[in-house]
Design a binder for this molecule. Structure first.
Ligand code: MN
Length: 250
């Protein structure tokens, strides 16, 4: 079986090597990733320009596109055999709470689920400025992949996994969680370029989440691995009757 490995951190991400090694004997691991960092590109698809695909080594492809592009090209002819599973990650940085809407890592797993494949997105809750060891997170991801292959996932469902930086022996447990609530403190920074024109940068401090029980954030802040099942049906069924009562007919 082909395991499609992708990410949004790009071909240079150190996590790729660890993950490829950890998954190697579960199937044929084919890596299709962006050729550079595409973090926070969400579910964007490249439709308004052509793109190139490099193959630096067998079963490894790098394309100048988004994580979603990677899954789409893998499913539509780049790989002769249809993948049986999508693993996206391991992202260097958290993807918890509402951040799943911005995440390229999660988007690639969503694309896998849209294509009908069991899919998981895995992120390591560690600052981007810090060098981290992905060997433990890769081993945990392998266990998850084995569980997903054994039990399957419901259709249009995927797993969003966030792992704390483990101290010593590993995680203090595994919690099945709900998405937490992000406290947004982003700021718009205005500076002036050398030619006297303003430029802008979306910045802010390290992300913060509300401390609420049963959430992804609560799990990782207690040293536990967080596994959040996500579903693709975003319909707000509670709101259907309310909106229906608005008498929108002319
Ligand atoms: Mn990323």
């Amino acid at each position: 079986m082909v395991i499609l490995l992708t990410n949004d951190d790009g071909i240079q991400a150190p996590a790729l090597r660890e993950l490829r090694a950890a998954l190697a004997d579960l199937g044929r691991v084919v890596t299709v990733v962006p050729d550079r960092d595409q973090s926070a590109t969400s579910h964007s698809l490249t439709l308004n320009r052509p793109f190139r695909i490099e193959r630096p080594e067998p079963d490894t492809y790098a394309l100048d596109g988004t994580p979603t592009d990677c899954v789409v090209v893998a499913m539509h002819g780049l790989i002769e055999e249809r993948p049986g599973l999508v693993v996206s990650g391991i992202n260097h940085g958290p993807n918890m709470g509402e951040d799943v809407f911005y995440s390229g890592t999660v988007a690639a797993a969503i694309e896998g689920a849209l294509q009908g494949l069991p899919s998981l997105a895995v992120s390591l809750v560690a600052s981007r400025t810090r060098e981290v060891d992905f060997a433990g997170p890769a081993r945990f991801t392998r266990r998850l992949v084995e569980a997903v292959l054994a039990h399957g996932l419901p259709p249009k469902s995927l797993l969003n996994v966030n792992l704390p930086v483990a101290a010593g022996e590993g995680y203090r447990g595994v919690r099945v969680t709900k998405l937490g609530k992000r406290v947004y403190r982003d700021t718009l920074i205005e500076k002036t370029d050398p030619r006297g024109r303003p430029y802008y940068w979306i910045g802010g401090d390290e992300p913060v989440w509300e401390d609420e029980e049963e959430t992804d954030f609560a799990a990782v802040s207690h040293g536990c691995a967080s596994v959040t099942p996500l579903m693709l049906d975003l319909t707000d069924y509670r709101a259907m009757a309310r909106v229906g009562a608005w008498r929108l007919e002319p």
